[in-house]
Structure formats: C-alpha cells, structure tokens
Design a protein around this ligand. Sequence first.
Ligand SMILES: Nc1ncnc2c1ncn2[C@@H]1O[C@H](COP(=O)(O)OP(=O)(O)OP(=O)(O)O)[C@@H](O)[C@H]1O
Ligand SMILES: [Mg+2]
Length: 175
Amino acid sequence: MVDSPDAAVSETLIITTRSEAETVDVGRAVGAVLEPRDVVLLSGELGAGKTRLVEGMTRGIEADAETRSPTFVLVNEYVGRLMLAHCDLYRLSGPEETGELGLDDYLARDAALAVEWPERARCEFPPEALEIQMGFGDEPDDRVLTATATGEAAIRLLKAMRDSVGIGQHAGGGR
Ligand SMILES: Nc1ncnc2c1ncn2[C@@H]1O[C@H](COP(=O)(O)OP(=O)(O)OP(=O)(O)O)[C@@H](O)[C@H]1O
Ligand SMILES: [Mg+2]
C-alpha cells in the first residue's frame, strides 16, 4: 500500500536455497541486472551465506577477481561490467567510523554497493535499497532469504532474485 504519492514502493520476497551453489546462483542473477548506485544490504548471523551471495553477484557482473573474505579489509572492489564495492562492517566499533570507508564516494563514482552487517552503519545508506535478511532453515544447508526492496531500482533486483528460483514461496506488495 502506498500512503502518499511520493512514498517509495516496496516489495518483499522470501526464498529458500538448499545449497551454497543455489545461493551463488541467486547472487549471480542479482549481479546480472546490477546497475550503478544499486545498494544491497545483507543481514544475518555469522555463516548465514552473505558472502556467498556477494560472490555470486561478482560473477553476475563478470568481475575478474575472486571473492575473498573482507573481514580484515572493510571494502573490496570488484570490477566487471560495473564496479561492485563489497563492504563487511562486522568489525566496525560504531557508526562514527563509517565515514572513513568512503561508501558515498563509491556511489558517486557509479559503483554498486553490497554491504554485510549494515546495521553497524545504518545511517550511511540510501533508503532505497535491497535488504536481504539471511537465516538458517530446517536442513543444515538450507538458507532462508527474506528480501525487501524499496524503490524501483531495488525492485528490479528483487525480480531477478525471484526469476532465478522460479516463483518464490511468497511475494507481497508494498507497505
Ligand atoms: N544454502 C547455502 N547458502 C550459502 N551458504 C551455505 C549454504 N549451505 C551451506 N552454506 C555454507 O555456509 C557458509 C556461509 O558462509 P558465508 O561466509 O557466506 O557467511 P556470512 O553470512 O558471510 O558470514 P559472516 O557474517 O561471518 O561474514 C559457507 O561455509 C557455505 O559453504
Ligand atoms: Mg561474510
């Protein structure tokens, strides 16, 4: 439901992947339609699969470099069809440090952003983003991805996620 004419549209999708490879495939589908200044925020506990999803995104933009854990490097750059800046903010001690990451500079340079542990720097990000919450499922290799897209650009990404798995378990309208 859209309350006012300028309220951003939003959509939600929940999908379950059954293996690391399936998560990489979902990420690849998102990467394939990624455009400059798209923002993907990835939440979920340690080992939920956030980095595996970003790895897929780097394949989707046909980046040269392999994904490596950014745990000790807060931002990794992947350059293919466009630049994807991948940030893992887990080790940030507080939001005050995030200005030093230069995330705004990446967006100004027409990169796309994928951010793990964005809640450590919530105030930094544009409101229009694809937020993906990753959690564990029934089986050890199940991962449940709850994606909320705000704004038309993010909805393009969400649709790519949906198409990558056929029809998701649930697709809902905006709030
Ligand atoms: N369906 C699945 N999707 C993604 N990863 C899976 C899946 N099933 C098992 N795995 C395993 O879970 C682990 C996910 O690790 P990953 O580094 O992507 O997590 P993360 O969410 O980035 O954690 P962190 O918060 O520590 O960065 C990998 O070891 C991967 O092989
Ligand atoms: Mg990670």
